[in-house]
Structure formats: structure tokens, C-alpha cells
Design a protein around this ligand. Structure first.
Ligand code: ZN
Length: 264
């Protein structure tokens, strides 16, 4: 079984007619277990519906840092939904793409809301850290979140090493095909903390000019295998057992993620 631990399946609606059906077709055909992250309330509603269509899709709720200003003053409205979600994501901070520093306090407020919920509800978090890796590290320490997936890490090797030391799992994605920095990170992640992702459909677009399709994860696995001087089979097996280890004892995931991973 292949693992795409960070995708946005709801966004295939924006790609065009039939795009979601094609994506779900690939997920089923190639057996790609997919964690579909949300960026706000409407995207979560859509992801829940998509999760009903395919047993290999795990919909999760989060508010992306780009949307933090919309939700910072209505966090109460998120409580019930947050409580129902299997995992929390996509959440985090972004001080790179968001240039307007007046938005940063809202980003922190929303992120801390989710970290407090993750702590209290013992949930896994799926994190965006672009340009804010040090600040994210500080907050993870403050909230003592034990199970963390960091998506598309592209920060310094210093902060990377700190995150590694805390047992964080990392999803390597499309940039491993193009960037030597990401290849180095892919090489340095301890075997037990390695996961794969696509950030489909729009994440890959900045590299390929076209929206990514789920089967892209195979190219990513190949590139990770190349960076680590090993085989596709080893990476596939490693990533599957890592996600299983991360989720195995999670009461929120035992009937979904764990069941599917154990069956394959
Ligand atoms: Zn994402």
C-alpha cells in the first residue's frame, strides 16, 4: 500500500469536471491511502463527503494559516468540528507566503487553538511550517504534542534536527524531484520517521504546471529511494509501517486508518 499523508482531495473540484473521479480511480487502482487535509470549514465538509466515497481516504479538519484571519475571532464555532475530526490538519504557521505580518497574531491564535485541542484530545497533527519552522518548534514544545506529522519541511537543517530529535514524522513530497536541499532532508530523516505526500492537486503545480494526480506519489517514492540509495520496495514498506506505528494505538483511527493499513 502506498501512502499519501498530505493531500487536499476537495480541491479536485477546482481542477475541472471529472478530476475528482479520476483521482479516486487512481487511489483505488494503485491502493494509495490518502489523508485529505482541510483548510477551512467548507473544505472539511467536502472532504467528509469524499471520505464516504472511498475507504482509502481519511478526511481531517484544520484551518490553514492562510485562512487564520477568517477564523481567529470565531474559534468557538470550530470546537465541535475539531472534536469530531480523526486528526487535525492542515494547521500551522506561514511566515513565507504570507508577507503581511499583521496576520501573524491570528495565525498563532488559530494554531494554538488546534494545538490545545490536539493535546486535550490526544490527536495527531498535520503541520504547515513554511518560513516559520522555529516558531512551530517552540509551540510544539510548549504544548507537548507527542505525535506530529510535518508536511513539506523546507527549513534549515538546524531546526530539522531539533524536530527529528522530538520524534516528528516528515512527509516528503514533489520537491524531492527538483531540489537538492529536499533530497538532503529526504536522506537525513531517520527511517522510522519517514512518510510520503503529494500536497495534491495544487502543491505540485508550481513545479509541473499541471495539477498533481495521486499516482505522482510513485515518482516521489522513487526519488526518496534514490536519495537514500535504496529501493522503491524498501521505501514503500517503511512508509506504510511508519504510518501504522504512528496511528496504531489511536482510538480515533482504529476503525479507519489502522484497519485499512492492517488489511493491506
Ligand atoms: Zn497542504
Amino acid at each position: 500500500m502506498l501512502i499519501d499523508a498530505h493531500s487536499h482531495l476537495n480541491r479536485y473540484d477546482l481542477v475541472g469536471e471529472g478530476a475528482l473521479d479520476s483521482a479516486l480511480g487512481e487511489i483505488t487502482q494503485h491502493r494509495i491511502f490518502t489523508i485529505s487535509n482541510s483548510m477551512d470549514l467548507p473544505s472539511y465538509e467536502r472532504n467528509l463527503a469524499i471520505g464516504e466515497m472511498c475507504s482509502l481516504v481519511l478526511p481531517i479538519f484544520g484551518v490553514h494559516p492562510w485562512n487564520a484571519p477568517k477564523y481567529a475571532d470565531r474559534l468557538k464555532d470550530l470546537s465541535e468540528v475539531t472534536e469530531r475530526s480523526f486528526m487535525l490538519g492542515e494547521i500551522g504557521l506561514d511566515f513565507y507566503f504570507v508577507k503581511d505580518t499583521s496576520e501573524y497574531p491570528d495565525q498563532r491564535k488559530v494554531f494554538e487553538f488546534f494545538l490545545a485541542a490536539a493535546k486535550e484530545q490526544e490527536k495527531i497533527v498535520n503541520l504547515h511550517t513554511k518560513g516559520a519552522e522555529g516558531a512551530v518548534l517552540e509551540l510544539l514544545d510548549r504544548y507537548h504534542i507527542p505525535r506530529v506529522i510535518v508536511h513539506w519541511y523546507s527549513g534549515t537543517l538546524d531546526v530539522f534536527k531539533e524536530l527529528v530529535a522530538r520524534g516528528v514524522y516528515f512527509t516528503i513530497g514533489v520537491e524531492v524531484l527538483y531540489s537538492t536541499h529536499i533530497q538532503t532532508i529526504a536522506q537525513e530523516i531517520p527511517s522510522r520517521q519517514l512518510l510520503t505526500e503529494t500536497d495534491n492537486p495544487h502543491g505540485p503545480k508550481e513545479f509541473t504546471d499541471t495539477p498533481g494526480m495521486p499516482v505522482l506519489v510513485k515518482n516521489i517514492i522513487q526519488a526518496v529511494a534514490d536519495a537514500r540509495k535504496t529501493t522503491v520496495e524498501v521505501i514503500t514498506q517503511t512508509v506504510q509501517s511508519n504510518l501504522l506505528r504512528l496511528t496504531r494505538d489511536d482510538p480515533w483511527l482504529v476503525d479507519t486508518c489502522v484497519k485499512v493499513l492492517e488489511e493491506h
